[in-house]
Design a protein around this ligand. Structure first.
Ligand code: ARG
Length: 351
């Protein structure tokens, strides 16, 4: 009983602190704080999601936080309806290539097993994206069958759990936009990537509440695809192949063929997204915008929450303005946190 009282006092404090922040920043009168259970309004949810993005210590794209579109889908309980809402999310975010940022917030009983809505299969024999091997195995156990002609870029189905039931859904090809990677001098590289990153393994926390299913998307920064997904040795490992196509001397490390191929891969990804009319940032422009965001935050009396080793880009980090800056990281709420058992850079651990 004592413990329950302590818990609920804590919840009261958290909730009241959130309402105060909401009132301060939006200028809208706070609702009269009462006892729980606390059910935020859609306007409060939208505010919380935007501030959660603003607080995300690893995100270098936060300059755009006020423009996050938030959909309140807490009333959806049927898996088919949830999947349809996610299809709508893809369509609205895509916007003909002029990608818009959006978060869809579902009720606590909805769970997405995939770490992102769109992911490529990783097969045990090495084909595909090795980061998704566990996920691929889990989805196969749940009944997914790889295509008869497997490829390096087979889109995985989405696993939705509502209550005790888990169901698989396949995306319509028309809703999944992919960009073929073409190098401006060499031509097609036999690689592609999906246009939308939609993160689905982070929960939204604010005011003492947790929304475990709140998938959100932004648009890509080219280094994510070119310097990590396609380049990492533990991912698509495509730099040696590109170096050969570029005619680089790969006989010795000292020719810096890896570095040269890395830059060319980044050029190829930017070139390809531009050519396809799909919104994408580059690491020089985006870090400049990030610094401008820092200044706006300082002017608003807030200190930017940041994790330096994530904010610097994996290509030429010391040429960007974030290199010489310092950041402090705190677990701020409203915030986005990895759900227990999931980690962004390791193969997703599916419960
Ligand atoms: N790095 C992840 C990927 O390559 C995406 C993370 C979110 N990125 C973003 N630009 N919103 O798929």
């Amino acid at each position: 009983m004592l413990r329950r009282m302590a818990d609920s006092c804590f919840a009261d404090t958290e909730w009241n602190r959130f309402l105060t922040l909401y009132a301060q920043e939006t200028g809208k009168a706070a609702r009269r704080p009462g006892g729980g259970p606390y059910v935020p309004t859609s306007a409060e949810l939208t505010f919380a999601a935007r501030v959660a993005w603003r607080n995300a210590p690893r995100c270098v794209g936060r300059a755009y936080w006020p423009s996050l579109e938030v959909r309140d889908l807490r009333h959806l309980h049927d898996p088919v309806a949830v999947f349809q809402a996610l299809q709508e999310h893809l369509r609205w975010a895509w916007n003909g290539g002029r990608i818009r940022s959006m978060m869809s917030v579902f009720g606590p009983e909805v769970q997405i097993l995939n770490p992102q809505l769109l992911r490529y299969a990783g097969y045990a024999d090495g084909l595909g994206d090795p980061q998704n091997r566990k996920l691929t195995a889990r989805l196969t156990e749940l009944g997914w069958q790889p295509p008869a002609q497997r490829s390096a870029f087979d889109l995985l189905p989405l696993a939705l759990r509502v209550g005790a039931q888990t169901r698989l859904f396949s995306w319509d090809a028309a809703d999944v936009h992919e960009v073929e990677i073409i190098h401006p001098d060499v031509g097609p590289l036999g690689l592609k990537w999906h246009a939308l990153p939609v993160v689905s393994d982070m929960e939204l926390r604010f005011g003492g509440l947790t929304y475990p299913c709140a998938p959100f998307n932004g648009w890509y920064l080219q280094t994510e695809i070119a310097a990590r997904n396609l380049a990492d040795r533990s991912r698509y490992d495509a730099l040696p192949g590109l170096a050969v196509q570029l005619g680089l001397d790969t006989s010795r490390e000292r020719t810096l063929w890896r570095d040269r191929a890395l830059v060319e891969m980044n050029r190829a990804v930017l070139h390809s997204f531009d050519r396809a009319g799909v919104r994408m940032d580059d690491h020089h422009s985006l870090t400049q915008q990030f610094v401008a965001f820092e200044e706006r935050e300082r002017a608003a009396g807030r200190q930017v929450n940041g994790q330096w080793d994530w904010l610097i880009p994996p290509l030429s980090p010391a040429t960007t303005p974030v290199w010489e800056r310092h950041y402090r990281e705190r677990p701020l709420t409203p915030g986005l946190f990895h759900r227990a058992g999931t980690c962004p850079q390791a193969p997703a651990d599916i419960p």
